[in-house]
Design a protein around this ligand. Structure first.
Ligand code: SF4
Length: 339
């Protein structure tokens, strides 16, 4: 599968600039007239970052932080309200739908729930080969061999045995390997992995992460890895962005952020990660309260209603994301206190 479609070799495979995605709230006509305006869920609200070719970039945060929406925007499954997504130097918003469809060969997805994303009436071999049929119909004679080789690579061995099985006939861990194989079949550059091991049994999670790391190194893949779990991100990511209510709170090299978390929200997330030592107790807990309503986010710093160190200015001025250490960006007025 050496054929490539308009391959560039930009150092940054993905460049996201001032990205916004606001979803209109469904209201009935009378409510809309009485309100005099349309409300929007500000799922993503001015987010910028880049993903270098060959790196694993993690996006972490609580449910409702906007991480899945950013993932969908990054591969053109959603159109942004504002801002830009560049993939290998190509502005996704400049593409016609057919051009975008062709480019999608280079960006594939591993979804959270393999059972929901596999056709129960299609054998595993045909499910995995589906991308070949769409993107390489002229090479149909090679499809079976390519599929068997990818199945072997992801540990579905012997591949001939698994080729004719159906999703309900294999284990959850094996189903996730099928979904990984299906993502790899078109020889992509970027893999969007959206909570890829969240549904897997605890006993196979480490094996799946090992597999993803091995495949990344072997095939020079780039990952956008979405997770709510910092322990999982630590295993696989080179850099990480911590999202809170549609905005980046902190971003940087993984070791830097994990070793010197400067944002109170990141510190709280880190403190909530379980430790494998029964004698070591966590003293901090997640900040009190729920993530606020993204239709009407808090003024100033969005984290201020839950922040244990908030000051008066925090409810008035929104902090900028700024570099405080090499490769380490933080959006907090008082981050210097934690240096
Ligand atoms: Fe807390 Fe203020 Fe920093 Fe926001 S800006 S995280 S409220 S200290």
């Amino acid at each position: 599968m050496s054929e490539q479609i308009s391959i560039n070799k930009n150092e940054n495979l993905v460049e996201i600039t001032h990205l916004k995605k606001w979803f209109p709230v469904q209201q009935n006509f009378l409510d809309q007239i009485l309100a005099g305006h349309v409300d929007f869920v500000r799922a993503v609200d001015d987010v910028s970052f880049t993903i270098k070719r060959g790196e694993a970039f993690g996006l972490a945060g609580e449910s409702g932080s906007g991480k899945t929406t950013i993932g969908r925007l990054a591969i053109g499954l959603e159109k942004p309200t504002a801002g830009k997504v560049m993939f290998d130097g190509i502005d996704l918003s400049s593409l016609e739908s057919e051009e975008l469809r062709k480019l999608r060969r280079r960006m594939q997805v591993i979804f959270q729930d393999p059972m929901a994303s596999l056709n129960p009436r299609m054998c595993l071999g045909d499910s995995i080969a589906h991308g070949l049929k769409i993107h390489y119909p002229e090479k149909i004679a090679e499809h079976r061999d390519i599929t068997l080789s990818i199945m072997e690579k992801v540990g579905l061995t012997p591949p001939h045995f698994f080729f004719t099985k159906y999703p309900h006939q294999i284990s959850g861990g094996q189903r996730q390997r099928v979904v990984i194989a299906r993502a790899l079949i078109t020889n992509p550059d970027l893999i969007l992995a959206d909570e890829p091991i969240a549904m897997a049994d605890v006993s196979v999670r480490a094996l799946l992460l090992d597999l993803m790391v091995q495949l990344k190194n072997e095939l020079n893949l780039t990952y956008l890895f979405i997770t709510h779990d910092l322990a999982t991100a630590k295993y696989i990511c080179d850099r990480i962005g911590i999202l809170y209510l549609g905005r980046l709170a902190e971003m940087g090299d993984l070791r830097e952020v994990y070793g010197h978390a400067l944002h109170p929200y990141t510190q709280a997330l880190m403190a909530a990660v379980p430790v494998p030592n029964p004698h070591e107790r966590r003293t901090q807990v997640m900040p009190a309260g729920e993530i606020p309503n993204p239709i009407n986010p808090p003024s100033g710093c969005r984290f201020h209603p839950r922040c244990p160190v908030a000051q008066e200015i925090c409810s008035k001025d929104e902090p900028e994301l700024r570099a405080l250490r090499p490769g380490h960006w933080v959006a907090c007025h008082y981050a210097e206190k934690f240096l």
